[in-house]
Design a protein around this ligand. Sequence first.
Ligand SMILES: Cc1cc2nc3c(=O)[nH]c(=O)nc-3n(C[C@H](O)[C@H](O)[C@H](O)COP(=O)(O)O)c2cc1C
Length: 327
Amino acid sequence: MDIGYTTDQLRAAAADAVRAPSLHNTQPWRLRLRDGGIEVLADPTRRLPATDPSGWGVRIACGAALFNLRVALAAAGAPARVRLRPDPAEPDLLARLVPDVPRRPTPAEQSLHAAIPRRFSNRLPFWPDPVPADARWRLAEAARAEQCWLELLIGVSAVTAFGEIARSAHRVLERDPAYRAERQRWLRQEPAPDGVPASAGGPQHEPQDVLPTRGFGGRDRAPGRDFEPEPLVGVLGSVGNTAVDQVVAGQALQRVLLTATDAGLSVSLLSQPIEVPTAREQLRLSLGRFGAPQMALRIGYGQPGRPTPRRAVDEVLTAPTAGAIAG
Ligand SMILES: Cc1cc2nc3c(=O)[nH]c(=O)nc-3n(C[C@H](O)[C@H](O)[C@H](O)COP(=O)(O)O)c2cc1C
């Protein structure tokens, strides 16, 4: 059987990879063609030193981009074998994908692939309709399929306790001028290929809100358009918290997000309680879970919205000798 990728397949998969979410839409990844495969590298020049001093957010975003690559190649009938952190001499090299035996895509792979261009962070209030049990089960299963866990908080007291941890982490972060400056630097009032468009920023935080919002631009909200009083909150976690665990968690995050999109659900991400170490530990203890919380998600039925811009694939995808590859 013929095993090998065409350049067109790799380019198409790269275009899907860059649709992944990232902190402040920094898109902190590079993709490299090598030996007939494709590699995902962290781009340290796009790390946020104040918001993400350890590089956790870079590795989550790169893991999400890696998941998109896997799904795109599988949906094209050309699945990949993946090695994480394949070369200790090159720590920014997070994953190498090489061709596996071609096979027909599964319906699940096709659905996840179709969800890639439709997924976006929805920071607006959701409708109060509850998320049904079968959709919750699918989301938890998506995390499990990627060796992670997704704890969906049940009951007002669990959500209130989470909200307290998240709001106190938010206050800690807001006290840091460098953190605030970074958020401001990545907020976009004019069209741009990266950063968070003000139009996607969601409403301004108000005292009655259970969960903190990141405060990108922050439009005033119409009277009565409050956030849902009992949001469905999920916490995604991994078994450990090494660099590889964080790349694994990024893949699980993207699988959960695409599964949610496929189920007609909207999601916004909240990482303040992950970014503040004491809050993260409080969160872990409150969940009674082993391992490490890696992301919190607000999940529900949202109003339609628009995916945010990305840099062109040619800016991200390189071949080691020939520079940016031609079409
Ligand atoms: C590691 C990580 C942390 C994030 N934290 C937040 C957050 O705290 N608040 C928020 O509104 N969005 C958060 N996001 C979402 C990004 O802002 C969003 O993915 C990015 O702006 C691109 O937009 P999109 O998701 O609509 O494609 C986070 C994303 C990642 C990958």
